[in-house]
Write a protein that binds this ligand. Sequence first.
Ligand SMILES: *[C@@H]1O[C@H](CO)[C@@H](O)[C@H](O)[C@H]1NC(C)=O
Ligand SMILES: *[C@@H]1O[C@H](CO)[C@@H](O)[C@H](O)[C@H]1NC(C)=O
Length: 467
Amino acid sequence: MWRCPLGLLLLLLLAGELTLGARRGRGRRELAPGLHLRGIRDAGGRYCGGQDLCCRGRADDCALPYLGATCYCDLFCNRTVSDCCPDFWDFCLGVPPPFPPIPGCTHGSRIYPILGTYWDNCNRCTCQEQGQWECDQEPCLVDEDMINAINRGNYGWRAGNHSAFWGMTLDEGIRYRLGTIRPSSSVTNMNEIHTVLGPGEVLPMAFEASEKWPNLIHGPLDQGNCAGSWAFSTAAVASDRVSIHSLGHMAPVLSPQNLLSCNTHNQQGCRGGRLDGAWWFLRRRGVVSDHCYPFMGSERDEAGPAPRCMMHSRAMGRGKRQATARCPSSHVHANDIYQVTPAYRLGSSEKEIMKELMENGPVQALMEVHEDFFLYQGGIYSHTPVSLGRPERYRRHGTHSVKITGWGQETLPDGRTLKYWTAANSWGPAWGERGHFRIVRGANECDIESFVLGVWGRVGMEDMAHR
Ligand SMILES: *[C@@H]1O[C@H](CO)[C@@H](O)[C@H](O)[C@H]1NC(C)=O
Ligand SMILES: *[C@@H]1O[C@H](CO)[C@@H](O)[C@H](O)[C@H]1NC(C)=O
């Protein structure tokens, strides 16, 4: 008769359970093919080493995520079909890995295969045959050394990393973020208007257009990677002036795209344009609102065709014009054409510009943009000498245009008092001081006082009933 003591039976059962339980916990590791056998061998790096993770014997929680799977740093990992972390062999055992090391380059905690790449700001790095990285050496638009040098130097303004510029080269910044062509000398000499300050006339210490004309001054635009500042600054100044001169009966944001696509005679859309040409177009053809004809952005592909003109106007007597096309934006119906009178050039004196600004509204100014201006985050800008010691290709500049909206002065912590202009840029509201910047006034800083334009919105009696 077969008899078995109950105690022993229980013990056997329990032991069975125990081994089963352990199996189940470890089951995945044993069933799954090893990482190396699954061909996952092209990314190594610091895993066990990174967290100082080396466990004696078998410890199922001695594990790390590894390329969508799990790798282990316990001694047991080498007895299974190999699910050891890539650095287990040399870090935990101090022996060379049993698999031949894959040729490649490390960056961060990763190994990249030969010809693998990563981006270091604006430069592409490629893994070479010898296991070495080779990176392009372009000057970048956001340059940490320049940021630090400016912030150390007490220049009256702060520099920082504008994230939309991260990854762009300085050359791309100059090519895609500006876009005003310097006027020819015949234009520069043209119709300069001199305003005269009356006897005893004093201008205020500070002025801001948005305080004098609340709700009539429009926020900064964003030209993206379209070198069309000629169209953006013109639309911005015209929008404010049409609003001011119609006493708020019309307060449109005028369409830069209308200019970019339709003002094509001697103009190059997102590859640059002239201010005199833009004002000629606003006077003779007029443009619709930005709602009606929204900005279409720009690919950085300079070879691509410019988007065709989708708005036209015809004369309707007394110099006024009306649209002959529907709004390109399908849900906007108001396709009124806005026009201006001939633009006039102001004398390059600080006081004349101030008087015009205070009496008639924001003015347009040409400006020479240098490499450090892209980094501006606040304060009173002036071009700094921080790039002077660097090779020529780090010192670049290009012509831009902006909307001057006011002035003021500020005493710096070091006791200097700086006079400044406030101006709206067209690099979006996240750049600078909410899309605006302040720049030294009275010193023709960056040529900003050398070519300043004003204009009158063309407003008839009928427009006053517009709203
Ligand atoms: C795994 O590691 C142990 C402990 O160092 C060693 O004795 C054993 O030989 C290793 N096994 C394999 C397959 O490498
Ligand atoms: C700059 O900003 C970008 C985008 O926000 C970020 O990825 C990058 O790490 C920043 N660089 C520096 C040096 O702060």
